[in-house]
Design a protein around this ligand. Structure first.
Ligand code: HEM
Length: 277
């Protein structure tokens, strides 16, 4: 990592705060949230309780985003926290009585099940979540411009990349991370990992959408397959356009919204596959 000179001696926000205390606080907050979510699930009070705990944790992450000077791990966790809260609220809505009676959901729950769908749907949620984390890491490390061309990166298929440096998740506290601190090879590695992740997501979730279309005998399964496939293609297209158009704000925002919609669509699939047995 370069630019050690940016390590601050005099930043007022961090001056009085011991770095060790902060990292311990982050760890404690993670453990508390984990325990609350697991206990909540255990006593089946789960969802509203888990959402409430996550909202509190999300507020803490928002505070640390500022006080820890845009530390990439915190910025990425803040994005993941927002996405998780959105997905859980969506799940709460899907489980509500009104939604269970709404034609598309009711139709999905009544439709003949597709063998092996549940495991694949859970895996799709995990794949999309991981891809969102990689996207968050890309933007938190200001790695968007490390590969300004597509499909190549710096006019090469495999440019100089430093994956080891690019994926150090926790760095020192008291450093101002605005604008990013990593060298070009580390940023290129992060950007490239997000592209490779997108390719894997496209193949995996795309195959699942195609399966729904081909094997779903009911119109609702096929409709969900088309919705997931469409959102996936749109998300990849917006990602590519973000790169080739030089990363305009509107496209970056659309890319973020697209990720949220894709996540919600695979969560709906996982919910329907779990209930439909
Ligand atoms: C299913 C596929 C994809 C998903 C779910 C996804 C998701 C995301 C997410 C959640 C972010 C973080 C946005 C933010 O923090 O504001 C992001 C950032 C980014 N993605 Fe993707 N992405 C996908 C595919 C692609 C593809 C194919 C490309 C380009 C070839 C791409 C290029 C980028 C770039 C350059 C950024 C950084 C944007 C910034 O710094 O604001 N993505 N992605």
């Amino acid at each position: 990592m370069k630019k050690e000179s940016r390590i601050t001696d005099s930043l007022p926000l961090t001056d009085s705060l011991l770095p060790g205390v902060f990292s311990k606080l982050v760890l404690i907050a993670f453990v508390v949230t984990f325990v609350v979510v697991v206990l909540g699930a255990w006593v089946r009070l789960s969802l509203p309780l888990a959402i409430a705990a996550l909202v509190v944790f999300q507020a803490l992450l928002g505070m640390w985003t500022v006080t820890l000077l845009l530390k990439p791990a915190i910025v990425m966790a803040h994005l993941l926290g927002g996405m998780t809260i959105l997905a859980l609220l969506w799940l709460l809505l899907l489980r509500s009585a009104g939604m269970l009676r709404a034609p598309p959901i009711a139709g999905l729950l009544r439709a003949p099940p597709i063998a092996g769908l549940r495991g694949l749907a859970y895996a799709a949620v995990a794949v999309v979540a991981l891809q969102i984390a990689l996207g968050g890491w890309t933007s938190a490390n200001y790695a968007a411009l490390a590969c300004p061309d597509f499909p190549t990166c710096q006019a090469e298929w495999w440019p100089d990349m430093d994956f080891k440096e690019g994926f150090v998740l926790w760095r020192e506290v008291g450093v101002d991370y605005e604008g990013g601190l990593l060298d070009l090879p580390a940023r290129a590695a992060i950007h490239k990992a997000h592209r490779l992740g997108a390719l894997f997501t496209l193949l995996f979730v795309g195959a699942l959408a195609l399966t729904l279309w081909l094997r779903g005998r009911q119109r609702v399964w096929r409709g969900l397959g088309v919705a997931i496939g469409g959102m996936l293609l749109l998300q990849v297209l917006v990602g590519v356009l973000t790169v080739v158009r030089g990363h305009p704000l509107a496209l970056a925002a659309a890319h973020n919204a697209g990720a949220a919609l894709l996540l919600l669509s695979v969560v709906a699939l996982a919910y329907a596959a779990a209930r439909n047995r």
